[in-house]
Design a protein around this ligand. Structure first.
Ligand code: XMP
Length: 310
C-alpha cells in the first residue's frame, strides 16, 4: 500500500474507532510516537490529548525541541514535569535491570498510568510497530502489552481500547509515513535513542550531577558527529574515576566513553573508523567539561558488547 493510502486509511480507522470520544497518547519525540501523534491529531483534532513526560533523563533541550516541532505543525503538546518521580525512583539503584525496571514502572504504573486513569479518554494511541510485536512474540523484548503495563485490568477498565495504527509497519515504513506526513527529517530519520534515555548511559547510580555531565558530553558528541553518517553515536559516563592533572593539581576525575557505530538494525554493530582529528577534537571538548579528565573511544563490536552500557 502506498503511504498516502496508508495515512488515509489509518485516519479513517482512528475516527471510526473513537467516534465522538477522546483519546490520549504519550509522545517521546521518537519517530514512532511522532507519527502516531500526527495521525491521531489529523483524525481527532483537539479530541486527542498528547503529553510529553519529562523524566529528567532527556538530552539537552529535548522537551522544548519536541514541543516546538509539534507547535510548528499546529499540534499542542502538554509537558508533564515528572523529573522528581523518576529521580526518586532511581535513587540508590546501581544494577542495570533494576534501573530499567524502575523507569518502566514509574512511567507506566506511576506517571502515565495515573494520567490515563484520571482522564476521560477511552482510547490510548500507541506507536507499537511490527518489529515490537515480533520481538515480543520471540521473547526478545519485554512485553508490549500496554494495558498490563499500565496496571489496568482490561475487564475492570471496561471500555478502554488501545489503538496501534503502526502495527503493520517496520521502521523504514514508519520513516516513509513520517516524511509523507510532513514531519521534518530530524524526526523522520532520528537516530535511535533508548527508552531509559540517559540513564542507559550512566554506569551505576543515576544522580542529577551525573546526568548533567553525560548530558554535556552527549551534546558534544551529537554535534561533532552529526554529519558522520554513522548509525548511532553517544557518550557514556563510567562509574570508575581516574587520576589526572588540572591547573597543576592532581584531580580524581570522571571518565567519559564515546561510542559510534555502524549497523543496519542494531542487532550487530561495528565501531566506526572515525578520523583521528575528529576523535581528538571530541576528546578536547569532553575533557573541558569540569570534573572530566579522561575520554575513551570504544572499539568493541556488538556482540559481545551491546550498544548501550546499561
Ligand atoms: P543494545 O544496547 O541492546 O541496543 O545493544 C540496541 C539498540 O536499541 C536501543 N535501545 C533501546 N531502545 N528502549 C528502546 O526503545 C530501550 O530500552 C533500549 N535499550 C537500547 C539502543 O540505543 C540501540 O539502538
Amino acid at each position: 500500500m502506498d503511504c498516502k493510502d496508508f495515512i488515509a486509511s489509518q485516519i479513517d480507522a482512528i475516527r471510526t474507532e473513537v467516534g465522538d470520544g477522546t483519546a490520549i497518547n504519550a509522545l517521546s519525540g521518537g519517530v514512532d510516537s511522532s507519527v502516531v501523534t500526527v495521525l491521531g491529531h489529523r483524525a481527532l483534532g483537539d479530541r486527542l490529548r498528547t503529553v510529553f513526560i519529562d523524566n529528567a533523563l532527556m538530552r539537552e533541550g529535548e522537551p522544548q525541541a519536541v514541543v516546538e516541532t509539534f507547535r510548528r505543525l499546529g499540534i499542542p503538546v502538554e509537558v508533564i514535569d515528572a523529573r522528581r518521580e523518576f529521580l526518586d525512583a532511581l535513587k540508590g539503584l546501581a544494577d542495570p535491570e533494576e534501573k530499567r525496571h524502575a523507569i518502566t514502572k514509574t512511567f507506566y504504573s506511576g506517571v502515565f498510568g495515573q494520567l490515563v486513569k484520571n482522564s476521560t479518554a477511552r482510547f490510548l494511541l500507541h506507536g507499537t510497530i511490527l518489529t515490537d510485536i515480533e520481538e515480543t512474540v520471540a521473547g526478545i523484548k519485554r512485553q508490549h502489552n500496554i494495558l498490563a503495563q499500565l496496571g489496568i485490568d482490561p475487564q475492570k477498565a471496561y471500555g478502554y481500547r488501545v489503538l496501534e495504527p503502526l502495527r503493520t509497519l517496520r521502521k523504514d515504513g514508519v520513516r516513509e509515513v513520517a516524511t509523507a506526513l510532513g514531519l521534518p527529517a530530524e524526526v523522520a530519520y532520528r537516530m535511535p535513542f533508548p527508552g531509559p534515555a540517559l540513564a542507559a548511559r550512566i554506569v551505576g547510580e543515576v544522580t542529577e550531577g551525573k546526568l548533567a555531565l553525560v548530558r554535556q558530553a552527549t551534546a558534544i558528541v551529537e554535534e561533532e558527529l552529526a554529519d558522520s553518517g554513522a548509525f548511532q553515536y553517544l557518550a557514556v559516563l563510567l562509574e570508575d574515576r581516574a587520576t589526572g592533572i588540572r591547573d597543576n593539581r592532581r584531580e580524581f576525575g570522571h571518565i567519559i566513553v564515546v561510542r559510534c557505530i555502524e549497523s543496519t538494525d542494531a542487532r550487530k554493530a561495528e565501531a566506526t573508523q572515525l578520523p583521528w582529528d575528529t576523535l581528538a577534537r571530541i576528546c578536547r571538548r569532553i575533557v573541558a567539561i569540569k570534573g572530566v579528565n579522561r575520554c575513551l573511544y570504544d572499539l568493541t563490536p556488538k556482540p559481545p558488547a551491546t550498544v548501550e552500557y546499561v
